[in-house]
Each structure stands twice: as structure tokens, then as C-alpha cells.
Ligand binder design. Structure first.
Ligand SMILES: NC(=O)c1ccc[n+]([C@@H]2O[C@H](COP(=O)([O-])OP(=O)(O)OC[C@H]3O[C@@H](n4cnc5c(N)ncnc54)[C@H](OP(=O)(O)O)[C@@H]3O)[C@@H](O)[C@H]2O)c1
Length: 244
């Protein structure tokens, strides 16, 4: 049987590309929250292409109850999850002066706490099975690309990097845990940026352009493959190179 991979936030941007790139080689589970239409479209596209079933799983990752319910449904279908890609994320950019506790908490819930809960619940099973891989999609915002407008997002992504190190240590030697830190990637998350802001950000990137979702998905594919069998507890930047 193919290895089972759960990809969170698979309805758009980076997550959708991860699903598409892994689909020929893995049993990919498509997670979504609000975007049922896109989840169904992706499922149908993959089923037409590969002539086998692809399952979609709805879950609001801010609710532990819903996470438990999703895992129950997954374990009803599959004996185990071999690979977890914590990709789902949100950014609520506002002026620093308008930052609220509510927005900060919401951002932490989705970007940091949900990956923790999934990694704990699935990671412990992986350790029991003596095999597993976890990839956390953080951001260069979690390392050194900070903005007051996204102070909550930046903190949530720094937290996710810290989580990776902790998990890699606790789940060793059976589970490899790595972080990918994309820079600017062309997805819906960035659809409201002004052309002036984009032009200014491009100047800070050595490759002078924003990345494509597929360029992140390719790194995920490599990191979960046997070719990356000795890469563990690492932070991989996929950002076109930061100018210094
Ligand atoms: N784009 C970038 O420039 C960039 C840079 C660095 C890091 N990243 C990170 O890469 C990851 C993917 O980003 P993206 O740009 O592809 O984002 P995106 O296109 O906005 O997609 C976000 C995904 O997260 C899911 N999601 C949002 N809230 C959720 C909730 N409450 N429960 C469950 N799922 C939820 C969405 O599902 P539904 O639509 O079904 O609700 C959607 O599939 C994120 O973690 C992001 O922080 C992105």
C-alpha cells in the first residue's frame, strides 16, 4: 500500500500544489475547511487522472473537537498516517495600531496550535509505528522577515519553528520533522498586496521575483522522500535568497 499523507489546507495555493505533486506516489488525504468546492474539484481531477479514490476531510483546525473527529474518520479508512504536512495557515494583516488580541489568538490557533495538536496526536502514533515524517510549513516571517502589520503571524511562524525542534527531539529516532520557510509565494494569501508593495519586496529578493506554489511543493516532495532520509530537525528556506 502507498504511504498515507495528510495535507492540511489543500484547497488552494501551496497546499493544492503539494497534493497534486504527491498524488501519483502517495495515498494523499485532502483536508479543507471552508472551500468545499475547490476540495471537490481537486478530488475529481485526481480521480479522473489516476483512476483511484481520493478522500476529502473537512475540519476547522481551530477546534480540537473537529480535529479529533477528522482523525477518527481518517483512522476508519486507513490503519495509519505515515506523513503529515502542516500547511494550513492564515494571516490577518492590519496596521500595528489595530492589532487585536482576538486576531492574534486566531492566528496562533491555526498556525501554531493546530500543527501542535495534529503533530501530537499523529506523531505519537508514528512513534508507536516506529515510522513517520512531519513537515511544518512555516515562513521566513518566523525567522528574519518581520513586519509590524503581521506581528501575530510572524510570532506564530516562529512558534512553529520552535515546535519542529521540540517534536524532532521528542519523536526521535523514528519520526523526521522538518520546517520549510517559504518567502513570498504567489497565492491567495497575497492577493491584496499593492503593486507598489510587491515591487518593493521584489527588490529584497536575489532572484527578483515571487515564488510559485510548485517551487515549495517540490521541496516537500524531496523532504518526504527517501532521498532526504538523513535530513531532520532542519529549516529549509524557499525564498529566492534574501539580499543582505
Ligand atoms: N503565500 C506565501 O507567500 C507564504 C509565505 C510563507 C509561508 N506561507 C505559508 O504557507 C501555507 C500555505 O499558504 P498559502 O499561501 O497557500 O495560503 P492560502 O492559499 O491562503 O491557503 C490557506 C489554506 O489554509 C486553510 N485554512 C485557513 N483557515 C483554516 C481553518 N480555520 N481550518 C482549517 N484550514 C484552514 C484554507 O482552507 P479553506 O480554504 O478550505 O478554508 C486554505 O486551504 C500557510 O501556512 C502560510 O502561512 C505562505
Amino acid at each position: 500500500m502507498k504511504e498515507v499523507v495528510l495535507v492540511t489546507g489543500a484547497t488552494s495555493g501551496i497546499g493544492r500544489e503539494i497534493v497534486k505533486i504527491l498524488a501519483p506516489f502517495y495515498e494523499v488525504l485532502i483536508h479543507y475547511n471552508q472551500n468545499y468546492v475547490e476540495a471537490l474539484k481537486l478530488k475529481e481531477q485526481l480521480e479522473t487522472t489516476y483512476h483511484r479514490k481520493f478522500l476529502i476531510f473537512k475540519c476547522d483546525l481551530s477546534s480540537e473537537k473537529e480535529i479529533d473527529f477528522m482523525l477518527e474518520r481518517i483512522y476508519n479508512e486507513y490503519p495509519k498516517i505515515d506523513i503529515l504536512i502542516n500547511n494550513a495557515g492564515i494571516a490577518i494583516d492590519t496596521l500595528f495600531e489595530d492589532k487585536s488580541k482576538e486576531n492574534f489568538m486566531k492566528t496562533l490557533e491555526i498556525n501554531t496550535i493546530a500543527p501542535f495538536l495534529l503533530s501530537k496526536k499523529i506523531g505519537l502514533e508514528m512513534r508507536k509505528n516506529q515510522y513517520g515524517i512531519i513537515i511544518n510549513i512555516s515562513s521566513t516571517n518566523g525567522i528574519d522577515t518581520l513586519y509590524p502589520e503581521s506581528i501575530d503571524y510572524d510570532a506564530s511562524k516562529a512558534g512553529l519553528i520552535s515546535l519542529t525542534t521540540n517534536l524532532a527531539n521528542y519523536l526521535a529516532p523514528y519520526v523526521r520533522v522538518n520546517t520549510i520557510c517559504p518567502g513570498w509565494i504567489k497565492t491567495d494569501m497575497n492577493k491584496n498586496l499593492s503593486s507598489e508593495f510587491i515591487a518593493n519586496e521584489r527588490k529584497k529578493i536575489l532572484l527578483a521575483r515571487f515564488g510559485e506554489p510548485k517551487e515549495v511543493a517540490e521541496v516537500v516532495k524531496f523532504l518526504i522522500s527517501a532521498k532526504a532520509s538523513y535530513i531532520n530537525n532542519s529549516i529549509i528556506r524557499v525564498d529566492g535568497g534574501k539580499k543582505c
